[in-house]
Design a protein around this ligand. Structure first.
Ligand SMILES: [Zn+2]
Length: 409
């Protein structure tokens, strides 16, 4: 077998970061009539490049198959819309944006962010690959081009609309297979004295927090500040500042500008790079402990669930988020170990989790069946959810999370 090539530097990817085995795409929930059919599994084998250190998942599933008819509308999440509004406020202040400015957002979704810049009278344009979602944005009054960003499409947009003072790419960078061509597209879109703002889940936080359920097929690159700098540099962009955010388990927001316009980077850039260096992220060897951490999570969880089954204790899962499927499939947990999952989203009721075929029910099923153990899948919301599940203590339910380590809440 020939090793896949690094998407940044083309070196052979012969170093494993973590191999989670085979998994179906995490959002492909199944209907009952599909349970008797075959299901496609893809590898979740994450590599680290020994040349440039980019941690990456080969594009086992092409982005076109995932994002062209994407079902996720950003405006459905209140906290995400608030996050976008705060971002626009900050960008306006930082870059002195006004009625003469031009803002472009890449992966603009349903206009959840640009609606805020438009409200301030700033000319704004969205770029969004999913036609069904772009339609919603346009209906809202957010001009949107339907396309995937690359060097060629970026130039085309700049020819028609001019170059932007701010190009925002929030939580898309890690989801692009050809990250080099995408970065060149960003450079095409931005004015020579303009800025590009990118938000990415931070690899350092993924490792620190053992957040291995954020590994899934649509998440192609797992970036540090160092590797982000390296990717952007290939497109003539330099990172001049960075902010650490709490979103998505710990993210970075980088500010970059065309290299000729860039002064020395801020103290924050030096600080984050130092943190990464201290954690070992600036060497290949420093990446080696993660697989072992993940193995421990699996062993602990399986041991616990098998113990529950032997003791005749019934186990349910709270929450059926797409990312929980990485954990369940990696651990080989099926309905024999977790009888059912409950979720607040009515769209998922009556469906089954991909790969594991655990049925998804309304939350009321907890009160009806009174399971002895409830595994909280969105472990990052453990405080909020355990408060919501206070009533389950009446029948003595034990609430647990599997990540970052197995714990009773
Ligand atoms: Zn590389």
């Amino acid at each position: 077998m020939t090793a896949p090539k690094c998407r940044l530097c083309s070196a052979e990817l012969d170093q494993t970061f973590v191999d989670l085995g085979m998994s179906p795409p995490c959002e492909s929930y199944l209907r009952e009539d599909q349970l008797d059919q075959g299901e496609t599994f893809y590898p979740l084998h994450v590599r680290v490049c020994s040349e440039c250190l980019l941690v990456q998942l080969p594009a086992y599933i092409p982005a076109e198959d995932i994002f062209s008819d994407y079902a996720y509308f950003s405006s459905y999440s209140d906290s995400w819309v608030r996050h976008a509004a705060a971002f626009v406020d900050q960008a306006v202040e930082r870059l002195d944006l006004d009625e003469d400015s031009f803002v472009v957002e890449v992966a603009s979704n349903d206009g959840y962010l640009l609606q805020h810049s438009i409200a301030r009278g700033i000319r704004s344009l969205g770029i969004e690959p999913a036609g069904n979602i772009a339609e919603v944005a346009v209906a809202k009054g957010v001009p949107t081009e339907v396309m995937f960003l690359g060097e060629e499409t970026g130039r085309k947009v700049a020819d028609i609309h001019g170059r932007a003072d701010l190009v925002a790419a929030n939580n898309v960078f890690a989801h692009v297979p050809d990250i080099v061509d995408f970065s060149r597209g960003l450079r095409e879109l931005v004015a020579d004295d303009g800025y590009v703002s990118i938000e990415i889940p931070h690899l350092l936080r993924l490792i620190d927090g053992n957040e291995y359920d954020t590994i899934y097929h649509e998440h192609y690159s797992y970036l540090s500040l160092l590797t982000t700098q390296r990717v952007l540099a290939t497109a003539g962009l330099s990172v001049v500042d960075v902010q650490e955010l709490a979103s998505h388990g710990g993210s970075l927001r980088t500010w970059s500008t065309p290299t000729a316009n860039a002064g020395p980077p801020s103290a924050a850039v030096a600080k984050v790079l130092e943190d990464e260096r201290n954690a070992g992220l600036h060497t290949v060897e420093g990446h080696r402990g993660f697989a072992e951490q993940v193995g421990r999570v699996r062993d602990d969880l399986l041991e616990f669930l098998i113990g529950c089954r032997r003791a005749g204790r019934k186990v349910a899962a709270y929450g059926a988020p797409g990312k929980g499927n990485t954990l369940l499939n990696h651990c080989g947990i099926r309905a024999d170990l977790i009888s059912f999952a409950v979720d607040r989203s009515p769209h998922k009721h009556g469906l089954f989790l991909p790969g594991t075929h655990i049925p998804i029910s309304p939350v009321e099923r907890l009160a009806e069946e009174q399971p002895d153990v409830i595994v909280i899948m969105p472990w990052n919301l453990r405080a909020e959810i355990s408060a919501q599940l206070e009533y389950t203590r009446d029948w003595g339910a034990q609430l647990v999370v599997a990540l970052p380590r197995l714990e009773t809440v």
